[in-house]
Design a protein around this ligand. Structure first.
Ligand SMILES: [Zn+2]
Length: 296
């Protein structure tokens, strides 16, 4: 995908540890935790925290932006800021047409551990959106894990593509757009309604509602891709496949099979790979938020 040279959002808070953030060794446990953490993609960080206790914390930082960014760290923040700006340029006019003034979420980049409005967040939790402080949290190590451990990468045309392209940049952008999708659901009151409904239904029905919420966030990510491509022609050959590949790898059925050797439909919270791909495509092809009604 093309992303350089566009506007970079100033709604990014860089709270990574300064210069050469500690990456930490990747253990087998860490790998399993990373897979499990994918499930929490946008879900209650407290739960994810419980699941990732064994991950060692490193350099929790508050507030201050790191002073000496490496070239790679700078590249990551430019990338994240550009994708966030793309979401702003997508949702501002779409929501305006619905009479809603869009206020972008802040996007917090961190490394190691951080305190969020939804509790403590730790490395390997995976990205999440916290409705309480309206911020998207991304541990940038997770992007590295995505390509190194989950095998999510872009096409491998080494001669033409930059390092980021090889790293599956569109899959990473899709992750950000999905989290911003949860922000859209929050400001439109959809997630609040689902939260209320969940209290009145069985656990299995509650999980089903969560699946609809997740699939809708995928559809909203598709709307972002459609809108951004119309403005910037940013999609390149292989990008959609890359996102589909990512969606496949983060479908709950895939994760559950990996983790336990079989799938248990009632405990799905993100939907099957097939469902995720289908709803992302619905948003992508239509570019229409009204087509993202995953609840009916
Ligand atoms: Zn989600």
């Amino acid at each position: 995908m093309r992303w350089k040279g566009r506007r970079v959002s100033d709604n990014v808070e860089d709270r990574r540890g300064g210069g050469g953030a500690k990456a930490g060794g990747i253990s087998i446990i860490g790998l399993i935790v990373a897979f499990v953490a994918w499930k929490f993609f946008g879900v209650d960080p407290q739960q994810a925290y419980q699941a990732t206790k064994q991950v060692t914390s490193s350099g929790a930082t508050q507030g201050a932006a790191p002073a000496n960014l490496t070239a790679e760290q700078k590249e990551v923040s430019d990338f994240v800021g550009t994708i966030l700006a793309d979401t702003e340029d997508t949702w501002t006019p779409i929501l305006k047409a619905k009479g809603v003034q869009y206020v972008s979420p802040k996007l917090v980049m961190f490394s190691g551990a951080i305190q969020s409005g939804c509790g403590a967040a730790q490395s390997a939790m995976g990205p999440f959106y916290c409705p309480a402080d309206q911020k998207v949290y991304i541990d940038t190590q997770f992007f590295k894990d995505m390509r190194q451990q989950m095998g999510i990468s872009g096409e491998q045309n080494q001669t033409e593509l930059s390092a980021r392209d090889e790293a599956g940049d569109f899959a990473q952008a899709y992750v950000i757009a999905h989290e911003v999708g949860h922000h859209i659901q929050n400001i439109l009151g959809i997630s609040g309604q689902v939260q209320q409904q969940r209290q009145r239904v069985s656990e299995a029905q509650g999980n089903q509602l969560s699946v609809h919420l997740e699939l809708q966030a995928d559809c909203l990510a598709g709307v972002w891709a459609n809108s951004t491509h119309q403005r910037t022609q940013f999609l390149e050959q292989g990008d959609i496949e890359e996102a589909m590949d990512a969606a496949e790898k983060i479908g709950d059925d895939f994760l559950q099979k990996k983790a336990r050797g079989y799938a248990v439909p009632d405990s799905f919270t993100h939907g099957t790979s097939q469902q995720r791909m289908q709803w992302f495509n619905t948003g992508l092809k239509s570019g229409d938020i009204d087509r993202c009604d995953t609840f009916n």
